[in-house]
Design a protein around this ligand. Sequence first.
Ligand code: ZN
Ligand code: ZN
Length: 83
Amino acid sequence: MAISPSLDKLTDDQTEALDDASLLVISARRDAAAVLRRAGLEWDDDDDFFGSRCRKCPCREFDGNGRVCGRSSCRHSASQHAS
Ligand SMILES: [Zn+2]
Ligand SMILES: [Zn+2]
């Protein structure tokens, strides 16, 4: 995902918007994964098509519904998990 202006120059409002948008993506992926699991479908853990992997650490799935991942080893923002 390419966002302009570059991520380290965002205003606070833009950062909030990015994290809010990221949470929508993450929750949509969770819903999609739940639909497939209910249908008895499983997929390879290495295939993160329906996951929300962190771009900054090995965290495999965004934890919680806040702007920051709840996993103590991660704590990266939702936007890092939405790509
Ligand atoms: Zn995480
Ligand atoms: Zn992380």
